[in-house]
Each structure stands twice: as C-alpha cells, then as structure tokens.
Design a protein around this ligand. Structure first.
Ligand code: EPU
Length: 418
C-alpha cells in the first residue's frame, strides 16, 4: 500500500506556478478530481496543463508570459482550495479577481484572514458582486500576525510576500508539512523564505515577482490518505505497510493510535502498523499542526465507534464537522454530540446501512466504518471521495476488504474483509 502526493500540497504548488512564466514539472501528483479542477482553473487563466505521457504521476504546467488573473465562480465554487490563486495572481499581475468560495458541508469557511493579511501587505481588497477583488501597484513588506494559523491564509500571504519589497514576517503561520512543501517549491523558484515548518515565516521579497523562475518538484506524500489506511486497519485489524507515510508528519496521530493498541513502526520508506482485534478508546482534540488534524477526526470517530470503552472527541477547527456522525448512528454507532464535542461509546460491531458522504473525509471514514459493520454499507454521494483519493475502494480491497466502487455513479459499497 503506497500513498500518493498530498492533495493539500499539490493544489497550492499548482497555484504557485502562476507566479512565474515557464515550464514546470510536478511529480508524485495524485490523480484526483481536485487536481483536475485546479488544472481547469489554471487553463482558464491561460496556462497549459498536461499529464506526462510516460509517468502517470507527473504533471506539466506551462505558464505563459501573460495570464488573465481572474478565477471564475463556476470553477471556484467546485473546490474551495481555489482561493489560493489569489496571492500569486496578485503578486504577478498587481491585480486579481477570485470568486468568493461559498460555505462547506462542514460549516462556514470565511476568508477574512486572507483579506486582512493582503491588505496589511498594501493591497486594496474589496469583496464585491461575489468576488474578492485585489489590487496593488506595489506590495509592501511588513509584519502580519495571523489571528489563527490558517493554512490557506498562510499560503496566500506567502505567495504574495515573495513579490513585496523587503522583509515580510508572517507570525502565527500554519506549520503543516504541505506548507513546508510549498516553501521548498517557492525556494526552488528563487524565493528567499526562512522558517519553513515553524510558526514564523520570513520572506525576503524583491518588489516584483519577475525574479522568480519555473521549477520542478516532487509532492510530499499525503498524510491524511495514510491515516485513512491506518484507520481501516484499526477497524478491521491485521497488519499493513503504508509506503510513503512519514512518521514525523503524523506523530501525534500515531501516538493516539498506539494508545488505542496499534503498534506503529516507522522506517525510511513508510510506516508498518499492526492492529489488535479490538482497539481501546481514547480522548482526542483536533488542533492546528502539529496537533491531531481535523482531517483525521472522522477516521478516529469511525475507529472509536467499534473500540472498547468511551472516547471524547473535541473539534477545535471546524465546529460543524460532525455531520457524518448522523450517518454513523444509522450504522448503529453510539455517539452523542454536544456543540464541538462527540462522546463515542464503542459497540462490538456496527450494522451496515446506506449512508451519505457529505465531504471527502466523511465519505472515506464511512467506508472505513463499513469494514467494522455486519452486512453491506452503501456510501452514496461518494463522488466527494474522488476529490481526494485516487482509488480508495481499490486500495482497501487490496488490503483484503470486500469493497467496490460502483461504475455507474456515486455509490461505493463497503463490508468487512472477506
Ligand atoms: N478561518 C477563518 N478565516 C480565514 C481562514 C480560516 O476564520 O480567513 C478559520 C476556518 O473557518 C477554520 C480555521 O480557520 O475554522 C482553519 O481554516 P484553514 O484556513 O486552516 O483551512 P483551509 O486552508 O481552508 C485546509 C485544508 C483542509 C483542512 C484545513 C485545516 C486544503 C485545500 N484544505 O483548509 O482540508 O481541514 O486546512 O487543517 O488545504 C480536506 O482535505 O478535506 C480539507 C478540508
């Protein structure tokens, strides 16, 4: 079992290419729907995006001398990550219009920190007619303190700051491995960024993006996909080797899984994991990196649903991110939610049922939960899952699960290993 490149890195790397004209090659790119959507967005602003004919995981992006810095609503509304084209387009063109992304199935997703940060770098930013319109004759370096270490705001500010004149300090920056990956890529493009991976990023900008050049890069492995496989193992028990998973990127999650009874052994190429017949319950709270990621939470809840004992899960990033709990209850899970807490009392077995995926991780977690259920689980609206997983059903089937993706539409079935 091997993980592909991280969705939440590659989408930002693709956006970063807008900073400079030239030919780029990204390797270890996952074949997922969100990459296709970002490719569509890059094409809409004037780029050429093509998969490598000989390497299924390599993407070529050609950025022309002139781009049209407008991200239209019909593309933006299909994936929220598109908002990260704002910073690079503004840096490159001195102006950018990006349709305002809407809410999400797990709650509101404001962009006020992106807007405030860019304003502090000297841009004029207006939200009019459903668009974020930003302009700046010149971006000015300065110190921006983020109210919260927002992943998207950190990325937009980083990509704008490379074209601001002088030293920009982004404090309380997000520290996710995907942001480290973006800093590495920007470095290859010629940007001078220090502090990557820490909460203080220092960018020495040149007053223009013209000094940047195209570069090649290999996308960091997807820790959330790795967590999905580990959770599947936790529910179904057994042993797996997840190639490409990096322990240092998922340390606290691995510590939680160890508390639950799994044995996780890192080596240079990935993580080996062994899970007992039934896990023990733990409490956990989601926090910005290096805390336990909010994206891991649906998997933890799915594991707790059949673990022994009671676990309390607290969501600190997206308070509305508990919708899948109603679906798990349909499968016989004993879960009570109160505001941003969920109390999960593990039952021996779940009972397979038709359930609905409301977002990528929720859909994957329901499939994982189906591995601990008697009878078939049918996950509808599974098209969400394809936004972030190349072939979840195929991967879980290769681990021994009896699961298949239905050809015709948006349904995926999951049941315990055969
Ligand atoms: N927030 C604001 N104002 C802002 C920006 C964020 O209030 O201007 C709040 C959000 O509402 C949320 C918190 O800050 O409560 C964190 O949001 P953040 O900006 O960090 O999240 P994001 O950049 O929109 C990325 C990932 C998400 C992941 C979060 C948190 C991408 C494309 N998405 O979103 O991943 O859950 O960080 O780690 O990188 C997923 O992959 O399925 C996914 C949703």
């Amino acid at each position: 079992m091997a993980v592909a490149g991280a969705k939440n890195s590659v989408l930002k790397l693709m956006a970063a290419t807008l900073l400079a004209e030239g030919a780029y090659r990204l390797g270890n790119v996952p074949r997922i729907v969100d990459v296709d959507l970002m490719a569509e967005l890059l094409r809409a602003v004037g780029c050429t995006v093509e998969w490598d004919p000989f390497d299924a995981a390599a993407l070529h992006i050609d950025v022309p001398a002139e781009i049209t810095p407008v991200a239209p609503y019909d593309i933006v509304e299909r994936f929220r990550a598109s908002v990260v084209v704002l910073g690079p387009m503004l840096a490159r063109c001195g102006e950018a219009t990006v349709a305002l992304p809407g809410g999400d199935d797990f709650g509101p997703r404001p962009v006020d920190m992106h807007v405030r940060g860019l304003t502090e770098l000297g841009a004029r930013v207006d939200v009019v007619h459903g668009n974020i319109e930003a302009s700046a004759a010149e971006l000015l370096a300065g110190r921006v303190v983020l109210e919260f270490p927002s992943v998207g705001a950190t990325e937009n500010l980083l990509m704008a700051a490379v074209a601001a004149k002088g030293t920009t300090v982004i404090d309380n920056a997000a520290r996710e491995p995907e942001i480290y990956d973006l800093c590495q890529f920007l470095g290859r493009m010629g940007a001078d960024i220090s502090g990557a991976g820490s909460s203080t990023l220092v960018v020495e900008g040149a007053g223009t993006a013209r000094y940047l050049r195209s570069a090649d890069h290999t996308v960091v492995g997807d820790r959330i996909v790795a967590a999905t496989y580990l959770a599947a193992l936790g529910v179904a028990s057994g042993e797996v080797f997840v190639a490409g998973a990096r322990h240092e990127h998922m340390e606290l999650l691995c510590a939680k899984l160890a508390e639950m009874g799994m044995i996780i052994t890192p080596d240079a190429d990935g993580l080996r994991a062994i899970a007992p017949r039934r896990l023990d319950s733990v409490d956990c709270s989601t926090l910005p990196y290096p805390g336990v990621a909010t994206d891991y939470k649906p998997f933890l809840v799915a594991m707790l649903a059949t673990a022994s004992g009671v676990g309390i899960v607290t969501e600190n990033l997206f308070p509305g991110r508990f919708r899948y709990v109603d679906e798990l209850r349909r499968m016989g899970a004993d879960i009570r939610t109160d505001a941003h807490h969920a109390v999960v009392r593990g039952v021996e077995r779940l009972s397979g049922a038709p359930v609905r995926a409301h977002d990528i991780r929720a859909g994957a977690a329901l499939a994982v939960a189906g591995l601990g259920a008697d009878g078939p689980t049918i996950v509808t609206d599974a098209h969400h899952v394809a936004r972030g997983y190349e072939d979840l059903a195929g991967d879980l089937a290769s681990l021994g699960a009896n699961i298949r993706a239905e050809q015709a539409g948006s349904r995926r079935g999951a049941s315990p290993p055969a």
